[in-house]
Design a protein around this ligand. Structure first.
Ligand SMILES: Nc1ncnc2c1ncn2[C@@H]1O[C@H](COP(=O)(O)OP(=O)(O)OP(=O)(O)O)[C@@H](O)[C@H]1O
Length: 791
């Protein structure tokens, strides 16, 4: 029932619906035709007005009287309407209204785009107003030209801005109209005139079209409008016919460019390369704000001046002619004793060593000279003689003999050298001076990691300081960060002062310099996380290395909101690496090896120093990833081979005398000397300046040992649990270091085992510095305890 009701209701309420204003095709046809006819009538009456208007003046007031006749071709109504439009309205310009009516009729009849019609009306009305004002100038002679409105408006303007003002205002109106309607610009006129000039020059005969091309185009556009108004097919989507409108491609072989004259020049338009969206955006950002400057936060930061470094008296090589002669004679003599003739000898004096280059006579075996190393050392009565046979790249044999008076290579001299100052390396390091007295500057970023070894007291710590000082003199705090590991606790403490400028640390640690071996593991693992994070960032930015990434970031092509940030280089310095390996074993070796293998591209570089270059410290995996190595003096040939894969380091003279290799030949260098007070001054200078709020924070790393709880599941126990328990019970001493020693374990594993033993009730709780109490008296009791556990 209800359904029916609704139905009837809906059928009876069509009147309430919104009236449909859309005309049907028939209605459009009728209405359009009416407008066309009205347009024609209006035009006829206007035309007639110019012939009959005067005569009809008297009839205008008697429009309603049927008997009164008018002269207008459309009689009384025609006379009245034309008088209304022309005399009292807009004058001659009123013809445009008839035209507009006519066009409207056509548009509606043929259902053509209404927007265009609206445009015609707007522009048409504006032209009518303009024309009537313009003709208003001539109203006193022919009042029908401008009509009353034109005349009134004209006089209105003249009253305020005079005849010239009004004329210029009209001119401005005309210009605006041309510019907006037809897109006329200054260039149009320039082109117009230049074309016209060219045409006149070329040929008078062809003066018709080209000279007025722009206007023609406009007219064509207009004509197109009107044409399309008549053309039924224009309402449909017309496929552009490429044949007619496309310009032939110059590059294509198939398109022939037919020109009436052979000397017509083809103008090739230079097309600027399109820029991608990110480019535009980043270019705009760079334009607006300039390149991103990572140093901005510490923009007032000043690099330490050279004066902070000391000048030494014994600097500068003084040649001792006598010593040279003496050494030369001894070398020649010794060799001749073994019937080795020399055709030439040359000396290069270095800061600590002089290199004698000899060219042996033809037919002398090189190995023979090499074997004489000890004999030459004996005859010269000097330590540290090294024979290089042959000198790579030269056809000579080198004999290095230490100078009696060694000169100190000051840090100041190497930092002040042009080579260092002008270097554009990523991480430049001024090591010292070579044997030919050249400053040795190398790029840590290219090495990419450095292994330093040498017996105690031979200059390792000074070498490390030289490396760090070089970087401090060249790199802004925003560009490089150090992670310092110093188990000796005294060597690198000076760098504490620059913690908030240059150091990186773990979020929860108080001191940035790591002196506790257990914390090293966390830091190394944290660096591994940082490495992985950086690789992710590089991947997202589609960069292959940190340099590319930072350049992209500086050019504002990477969005900080997407997690991108300027990445500083991180230099990890580990002093006394042997000590670390001893205490933590695999737990440090693994992250170090990972970093060494992978971290080069993302700007983490390792410098590892060790006193004991034995094979269990410098393992194969570490060696393989540290092609750049420095050897200070070592005590044995074996150590030299472990570091350099070559002998020679055992023949050095100590005090900063070192051999450097980057995977190929060895270079003997005198390391730059930088004393502790100098480092102190430099760090103090930096430390006294405005710093970042905190040290550079590395990602947090939750070590395994942090998660240890005492209710450890029996199944989760270490494989060595039983053995560990036996060791502890036998020794009756509950210490992790005992387990480390006896079972050859790393610190962490031993610690975990102690925790498990505590959970099992075998050892007592932690008692500070004292060893834990052992709660099981002997192995029998232990067996019993463990057997009971299993039930
Ligand atoms: N480049 C150098 N020029 C001149 N003297 C140097 C140079 N390097 C080191 N020395 C001298 O050698 C001494 C010991 O150097 P350094 O403390 O660097 O040795 P080390 O190898 O670090 O020893 P350790 O491993 O015991 O710490 C310095 O006090 C200094 O007198």
């Amino acid at each position: 029932m209800s359904k029916k009701k609704t139905k009837t209701k809906s059928s009876t309420t069509p009147k309430l619906k919104k009236p449909n204003l859309k005309l049907s095709s028939q209605q459009k046809f009728i209405f359009g035709s009416l407008l066309i006819i009205l347009g024609i009538l209006l035009c006829i009456s206007f035309l007639s007005f110019f012939f009959t208007g005067k005569a009809d003046q008297s009839t205008l007031t008697e429009l309603t009287t049927r008997t009164v006749k008018a002269e207008n071709w459309l009689n009384k109504l025609g006379a009245w309407v034309s008088d209304l439009f022309i005399t009292r309205g807009f004058g001659i310009a009123s013809f445009i209204f008839s035209g507009l009516l006519f066009i409207s009729g056509i548009y509606i009849t043929l259902d053509i785009n209404k927007a265009r019609l609206r445009k015609h009306w707007i522009w048409g009305t504006l032209i009518v107003i303009w024309l009537s004002i313009f003709f208003g100038f001539f109203a006193h002679k022919y009042d029908a030209l401008g009509g009353t409105i034109g005349f009134e408006m004209n006089t209105f303007f003249q009253d305020y801005i005079g005849i010239i003002g009004t004329s210029l205002l009209l001119l401005f109106g005309l210009i605006t109209y041309m510019a907006i309607r037809f897109g006329v610009t200054g260039h149009t006129f320039v082109n117009l005139f230049s074309k016209a000039k060219k045409d006149i020059k070329d040929d008078f005969a062809s003066d018709s079209d080209s000279g007025y091309a722009p206007l023609d185009n406009d007219l064509t556009a207009e004509a197109e409008d009107i044409k399309s108004a008549f053309d039924l097919s224009a309402t449909e989507v017309v496929e552009p016919t490429i044949k007619n409108y496309s310009t032939p491609k110059v590059a294509s072989n198939e398109v022939k460019i037919e020109t009436p004259e052979s000397d017509v020049a083809i103008e090739v338009e230079q097309i600027a390369e399109e820029e991608s969206e990110t480019d535009n955006l980043s270019n705009k950002l760079v334009e607006d704000f300039g390149q991103f400057d990572p140093t901005l936060e510490l923009s007032k930061y000043q690099f330490p001046p050279l004066d902070l470094l000391k000048k030494y008296d014994s600097e500068g090589i003084t040649i001792n002619q006598e010593e040279l002669e003496e050494n030369k004679n001894k070398i020649v003599e010794t060799l001749s004793n073994y019937s080795i003739g020399i055709s030439n000898i040359k000396a290069t004096i270095g800061p600590t060593v002089t290199l004698y280059e000899i060219v042996p006579n033809a037919g002398v075996r090189i190995s023979k000279i090499k074997n004489l190393e000890d004999d030459i050392a004996l005859s010269l009565a000097a330590l540290g003689i090294r024979i290089i046979a042959p000198i790579p790249g030269k056809g000579t044999i080198g004999i290095e003999v230490p100078n009696k008076n060694a000169t100190i290579v000051s840090m100041r001299s190497v930092i002040a050298s042009q080579k260092f100052q002008k270097s554009d390396m990523e991480l430049p390091i001024a090591f010292g001076k070579t044997i030919s007295n050249e400053t040795m500057v190398v790029d840590l970023a290219k090495m990419p990691h450095l292994l330093m070894a040498g017996a105690t007291g031979q200059g390792k710590s000074v070498g490390l300081n030289a490396v760090l000082t070089s970087l401090l003199y060249k790199k802004h705090p925003a560009e490089v960060k150090f992670v310092l590991v110093d188990p000796k606790k005294v060597e690198l403490t000076l760098f504490n002062k620059i913690e908030r400028h240059y150091l990186a640390k773990l979020p929860d640690s108080e001191e940035a310099i790591i002196t506790d071996n257990t914390k090293v593991i966390n830091t190394l693992n944290s660096l591994c996380i940082e490495m992985d994070n950086r690789y992710e960032m590089l991947k997202n930015a589609m960069c292959r290395n940190i340099k590319e990434y930072n350049e992209k970031f500086k050019a504002r092509k990477l969005n900080p909101n997407e997690g991108h940030q300027f990445l500083p280089y991180i230099v990890l310095v580990v002093d006394e690496f042997a000590d670390l390996i001893m205490t933590a074993g695999k737990e440090v070796e693994t992250p170090i090896a990972r970093l060494a293998q992978l971290a080069r591209a993302i700007g983490i570089h390792l410098i590892i120093a060790t006193q004991r270059p034995s094979v269990n410290v410098i393992t194969g995996i570490i060696k393989a990833n540290f092609p750049a190595r420095i050897a200070f003096r070592v005590t044995s040939k074996i150590d030299s081979r472990t570091i350099l894969d070559n002998s020679g380091a055992d023949q050095l003279i100590g005090r900063g005398d070192m051999l450097f290799t980057q995977g190929n030949e060895l270079t003997r260098i005198q390391c730059a000397f930088v004393d502790t007070p100098e480092v102190e001054k430099v760090t103090e200078f930096i430390g006294s300046q405005k710093a970042y709020p905190d040290a550079y924070l590395l990602p947090e790393y939750v070590g395994e040992e942090n998660g240890t709880s005492l209710d450890i599941d029996i199944a989760d126990r270490d494989k060595l649990f039983r053995e560990a328990a036996e060791v502890i019970v036998t020794a009756q001493q509950g210490s992790a270091s005992l387990l480390q020693r006896k079972l050859k374990l790393g610190y962490n594993r031993a610690g975990r085992l102690i925790d498990q033993l505590e959970a099992a009730g075998i050892v007592g709780p932690f008692e500070g510095s004292k060893a834990r109490q052992v709660l099981v008296s002997d192995l029998v009791a232990l067996d019993q305890l463990l057997a009971n556990e299993g039930q």
